[in-house]
Design a protein around this ligand. Structure first.
Ligand SMILES: Nc1ncnc2c1ncn2[C@@H]1O[C@H](COP(=O)(O)OP(=O)(O)OP(=O)(O)O)[C@@H](O)[C@H]1O
Ligand SMILES: [Mg+2]
Length: 284
């Protein structure tokens, strides 16, 4: 009798040690642009974030939007181009990127979280100088255009929002000290904020089960393994910035990084609250 209900109760109880462990802590979640196609999955993601907040954990959402930027570029007849997984961004591409990331996508995530009972606030790096960026070049000094990386963060803004129970939702568009708008890799922004906030976890939600090497899926690797893996030929495209940002985050203050499949319903809850971790875990 009540088997199904008891099973549900047990699932809730299984979450208890994790709630105790992570209560009051920050978890930075990078929501990949690669998994934004499915409305029902998006809703489940938003409800996971709201639940984290309700049990006293502080989620910070950083989102990408690669596919959507490319879609809008194609609409105006522009061809997207990449160097080592980084988007090459001319002035016009930067304009589209800002409209899509800080406008459309950011707003969509905020609206979704708020429609489920959360209190999300949309931000870009420009808001209260949440992060300041500097221009970077690609491998062999290749010009990437308006592409930057974080040099300074104003994590005080996020602390203030968190303590007033708001959920920050951050786009990866920032500004340089000279006032230029720069496109940042969202993986990099997530890592930068996770470091600044001394986050317990940095979770990359993407469209693949985790890191694979020589055809094998890697369930758990150490920081040392990850450093070794950086130059492995199997680490390509979008996984390159993800892995190097994971390494950077772990070398500083972040406790562990997870690269998980955001195409699994409730991937965030499964990762944070159950005994079976999903995806690739990289720990110090
Ligand atoms: N060794 C590897 N293991 C796993 N995935 C890899 C590997 N090398 C390259 N990849 C690619 O990295 C991709 C994930 O990065 P990608 O940048 O496409 O997604 P995202 O970061 O979630 O989205 P966005 O950049 O829009 O935010 C995977 O779909 C996979 O094709
Ligand atoms: Mg990416």
């Amino acid at each position: 009798m009540f088997e199904k209900q008891i099973e549900k109760a047990e699932t809730l109880v299984e979450a208890l040690p994790y709630i105790k462990k992570f209560r009051g802590e920050t978890i930075v979640i990078k929501y990949g642009g690669s998994i934004m196609n499915d409305d029902s999955l998006k809703k489940k993601f938003a409800s996971d974030i709201v639940l984290l907040k309700y049990v006293g954990i502080n989620p910070v959402v950083v989102h990408g939007g690669g596919k959507e930027i490319s879609r809008w570029m194609e609409k105006i007849g522009k061809e997207p181009s990449f160097v080592d997984g980084q988007r090459v961004t001319d002035a016009e591409t930067m304009e589209i990127t800002e409209m899509v990331l800080s406008g459309k996508i950011n707003n969509e995530i905020v609206t979704l979280i708020n429609s489920i009972g959360g209190n999300a606030v949309g931000l870009s790096g420009k808001d209260a100088n949440l992060f300041t960026a500097k221009k970077i070049t690609g491998k062999d000094q290749k010009d990437l255009g308006f592409v930057g990386e974080i040099v300074k963060t104003n994590e005080g803004l996020l602390n203030t929002l968190q303590s007033a129970n708001y959920i920050p939702v951050v786009s990866s568009v920032g500004q340089s000290l000279e006032g230029e708008t720069l496109n940042m890799n969202a993986d990099n922004v997530a890592a930068g904020l996770a470091i600044a906030l001394h986050a317990q976890k940095l979770i990359y939600l993407t469209d693949i089960q985790g890191i694979s090497k020589e055809g094998k899926f890697l369930e758990h690797i150490t920081l040392f393994d990850a450093e070794e893996l950086l130059n492995h030929p199997d680490i390509k495209g979008g996984m390159k910035p993800k892995l190097s940002c994971s390494v950077k985050a772990l070398q500083q203050s972040v406790k562990d990084v997870h690269i998980i499949n955001g195409l699994i319903a409730h991937a965030v809850l499964l990762e944070v609250f159950t005994d079976y971790g999903i995806g690739t875990m990289i720990s110090r």
